[in-house]
Design a protein. Sequence first.
Length: 72
Amino acid sequence: MAIIITKKEKETSQNLIRRFTKAVRQSGILLELRKKQFKERPKSDLAKKRSALRRIELILQRRKEEKMAKPK
């Protein structure tokens, strides 16, 4: 997935850099690299169970608070 940009005749270095960055953006290479760099590890089974239990506790707590709240 190499990008080859050659300098055109009478082209400034700024225009060359601009064309190169545009080509890199359009190719999507940077997006793929960032996805690989910041890839999250999958949660372990224990972590999944703990987060599910926490979610259930929060739902039950909200329901209890709604019942105990003053009517509007």
